[in-house]
Design a protein around this ligand. Sequence first.
Ligand code: FES
Length: 110
Amino acid sequence: MNTQKQKISFTAIENGKIRTIETFVGEYPNLMFLLRDKLFLEDFGECGGVGRCATCIVKASDVKGNSQKKDRNEPTTLAKLGFEQENIRLSCQLYISTDLEGAQIEILEL
Ligand code: FES
């Protein structure tokens, strides 16, 4: 059995700064925790990842697979704020999976 963690690489944009983020499947519980840790974001993910606060909002381009689908609290929270676009996401609702390989994740300010 292959026990090596699958590597993932994607681009993160914050305040116009572009960075390549390297991670692996399951390194963090979700994308919000990863971004907060690796980019030292303050006031990001205030509800702890339950999809209610929208402080972890991102524009997620080129996400693949099941991660394209919004479920649980995500569609409701985003609709309340008037975000209907498919690529506007709550980063706490995106798992660290190979669906993020090659994606572009831009941190948005509410
Ligand atoms: S951490 Fe609150 S909605 Fe994502």
